[in-house]
Ligand binder design. Sequence first.
Ligand code: FMN
Length: 143
Amino acid sequence: MKAAILYTSLTGNTRKAGELIAGNLQQEGWGITTVCPLNGLEMGGIQDADMVIVGTWVHGLFVVGQAPWNLGAIANLPPMRGKLSASFCTFALNPGKSLDKLDRALSQVGTEVIGGLALHRAKLEEHTEEFAARLVANTPARA
Ligand SMILES: Cc1cc2nc3c(=O)[nH]c(=O)nc-3n(C[C@H](O)[C@H](O)[C@H](O)COP(=O)(O)O)c2cc1C
C-alpha cells in the first residue's frame, strides 16, 4: 500500500504526527509517497498514492464549537476518485465531531474513507502508533 500524508499544522504537533505515522507505516511495509503540507501539495506524490491520509488540528472553544482547521482546503482538494483515505486530528482537550467533518470532506473529494483517529497532543507517539496499526488492520488489500 502506498500512502500520501497531507497535513496542516500551526505549532508543529500535526506535522510531527504525520511524520510519526509515516515512520510507523513504513515499518509495516507501506510506501510513503509524500509527507507534505496542505498549502504545498506535492501532486506527484498524491497521484502515486493508493491512500491519502489527511491530518489537521482541532480549533474551537475547547469544549464547544470544535472543528478541524482548514476544513475548506480539505474539502477542496483535487478530486481523488478511486483512492482510499483516512484522517487524523490533534487536539488538546476534546475533538468534538472533528473526525466526522473530516470524513465528510474526504468523501466529497471522491475518496473511499477508511476511518480516522483523534490524537491527543500530549500522547502523539502512542496515538500515532495506534492509528497506523488500525490503518494496516482495516485497509482492504488492493490488486
Ligand atoms: C486557537 C486555538 C484553538 C484551539 N481550540 C481547541 C479546541 O477547541 N479543542 C481542543 O481540544 N484543542 C484546541 N486547540 C489545541 C490544538 O488543537 C492542539 O494544540 C493541536 O495539537 C495543535 O496542532 P498544531 O501543533 O499542529 O498546530 C486549539 C488551539 C488553538 C491555537
